[in-house]
Design a binder for this molecule. Sequence first.
Ligand code: PLP
Length: 388
Amino acid sequence: MGTYARQNLVFERGEGAWLITPDGDRYLDFGSGVAVNVLGHAHPVLVAALTQQAGKLWHTSNLYRVEGQERLAERLVAATFADKVFFCNSGAEACEAAIKAARRYHYVDGNPQRWRIITYTGAFHGRTLATIAAGGNPKYLEGFGPAVEGFDQVPFGDIDATEQAITPETAAIMIEPTQGEGGVNVASAEFLRALRALCDKHGLLLILDEVQSGVGRCGKLFAHEWAGITPDLMPIAKGIGGGFPLGALLATEEAAKGLVPGTHGSTFGGNPLATAVGYAVLGAVLEPGFLEGVQQKALRMKQALASIKDSHPDLVEEVRGQGLLTGIKVKVLPADVVKAAIAEKLLVVGASDNVVRLLPPLNIADEEIAEAAQRLSRALDRLSATAT
Ligand code: PLP
């Protein structure tokens, strides 16, 4: 179907940060399948995890215990605030599960009238009917009938507006600690701490959507760790599967209490193949030194992008980012930058607010960062040349 405005590019193989076309052309991948391939392409540890599992067992459904799912859940629980994990296949499903969990929590608490959720401008939580309503982007809502009820949107980063939006019907606050699709907007640590305090004061659940910002992308295992707070519910996806479709909702025991048997489910969620890969990804990201490495590379990226901004003041307005979720705000159409980068065999991703995202694999080499910076610089030179 015509749901995507695709580039006319096809890749046959991947090697680390490189994607290779059938003709052998090599592209430097600073998109990572939109923040997914945290270990790059065809990482031997992930290939081994998947192929070993493929020879044993693919799928049994959630009618039975799934060993690999239990193993991954235990590791996620050990590494985070969470006590409970629900597995699904994508970010939108993980966000839907969070929305349902928040509503059910208040329902079983004797407060069924508390079902509304405060969300933020620039938010992106997926493309299901509930998650487009949560995101509130008119472009994604148009033509799909009445928006799912129950979302109250306030400006990103505005604590007063958040407090004013709380009513006796409010169940939760839902936010991405660092927005990706919305244009790489980093919520300040102070704002996130204030949200935690507001939730505690009013008995609300704090939902942190770490679908894009999580699994090392922002330099910590999860971005909220920079603020020293914990959520009650946290949808994740993208990076945790390293390229294999996998999502999850992480929760405290208390926040998960509404989701009793029969209230939610997924046929494929957390199947043996997906969780075998997820376990291997998490193991790699939790290796000693890995996240420090991401932070060092993030610094290099920031320096490289800052010097690109200095050398292209006509095109680059601002450098944004946290960890390796980085972006440049440009003064032309992001799609034009994406196209010019493709001409230099560099892959980058557009975002709202005139931002172009650079989302390399988290194990990117320093030389590859330097190479990407050169290619981006040449791409911007092309644009400058056509503008004059
Ligand atoms: N939440 C956030 C923060 C995202 O960035 C995305 C996807 O970009 C989603 C949810 C939806 O994830 P998916 O496309 O896997 O449904």
